[in-house]
Design a protein around this ligand. Sequence first.
Ligand SMILES: C[S@@+](CC[C@H](N)C(=O)[O-])C[C@H]1O[C@@H](n2cnc3c(N)ncnc32)[C@H](O)[C@@H]1O
Length: 190
Amino acid sequence: MSNDAVRWDEKYRHKAHPDVLEPDPLLVEYLDLFRPGQLVVDLASGSGRNALLLAGNGCQAIPLDCSLVALQKCSDHADNAGLTVYPVAADLTQFRFPPECLDGLVCFNYLNRALSDNICAALRPGGHLIMKTFNENFLAANPRFNPDYVLASGELTAMFDGLEIKFLEDNCQRVSVTKSAIVARKAFSA
Ligand SMILES: C[S@@+](CC[C@H](N)C(=O)[O-])C[C@H]1O[C@@H](n2cnc3c(N)ncnc32)[C@H](O)[C@@H]1O
């Protein structure tokens, strides 16, 4: 078991990380990008608030996380709501997707720069990415947060420069904006 899995299992087991069920508003806004039947990964899903929204929309939603405790919570929430999810336990410091296997990938509040090329390659043509996570403004109010896990200005566009951008919130000069976000699509081949 990886160090991340041990650490995050502890947080979820002892409720040091909140078990929030409300999906991210950005996914609510762009939910219609993901059609019923499509295979969509919720990367670093935690207890799966966003995977549950996708499942409720008829997608084949795959909550993927290193924490078995979080994934069990996600399965329990899905059962309670009469939904089906397809949880995958994986350590994202090691895991890589096969090419063109996904119709969509969403990722909230998790940053792993080493995965960005693999995410682009894993999307099928026409597939969508939504990512939103902390940016450098977050550090001002949370100085103990690991600076390796915050986005600098311009990073999201550099990470996903192979994709067509539909929406970008990368306004690091507005200090009140503590997260950056991108909604993007993989182009169909020319
Ligand atoms: C801040 S939580 C975000 C959860 C969820 N995306 C959300 O927004 O509610 C970060 C998640 O990343 C997962 N995580 C951290 N390191 C990981 C790794 N190496 N492999 C897979 N998941 C990891 C944790 O287990 C945790 O669920």
